[in-house]
Design a protein around this ligand. Structure first.
Ligand SMILES: [Zn+2]
Ligand SMILES: [Zn+2]
Length: 134
């Protein structure tokens, strides 16, 4: 394939340019967070209400709270295998393990929460989604 569908901006990118293209998305901003995160294409994201979905988490080690971006929530609700087991903490200005992060709304760790979504996914579809080339 000559083109790669970018997992960050969902544009088609000419393969030889993909690594430099991707580097722009993953470049760290002044606050330590990557410029962009991979997401599910807007048309494939979870479209339902987020009313009962936890959206803010805290890190007991530093006391910091962080809001989960909506496009990321709507992405892992349809594909809980998309993200690694680290998430950004605004208190640490760094990515920390999700078993250290707890939802303000439910007190559940992000790791447990994500594992629950993964189990539900496998119950529904029988297997994890095929790994994408990123
Ligand atoms: Zn891109
Ligand atoms: Zn922290």
């Amino acid at each position: 394939m000559l083109f790669i569908r970018c997992s960050f901006c969902h544009q088609l990118v000419f393969r030889p340019f993909y690594s430099s293209h991707k580097a722009k998305h993953t470049e760290l901003r002044a606050d330590g967070q990557m410029t962009d995160h991979i997401t599910v294409h807007p048309s494939g994201r979870y479209q339902g209400s987020l009313e009962n979905v936890p959206q803010v988490y805290y890190h007991a080690k530093c006391g910091g709270g962080t809001g989960m971006p909506e496009e990321i929530i709507r992405s892992y609700l349809v594909n809980p295998f998309l993200y690694s087991d680290r998430s950004f903490c605004c208190g640490c200005n760094d990515y920390v393990p999700t078993d250290e992060l707890f939802w303000v709304e439910t007190n559940e760790s992000l790791l447990e929460y994500k594992n629950g979504l993964k189990r539900a996914y496998i119950r529904r579809y029988g297997a994890p989604p095929p790994k994408r080339e990123v």
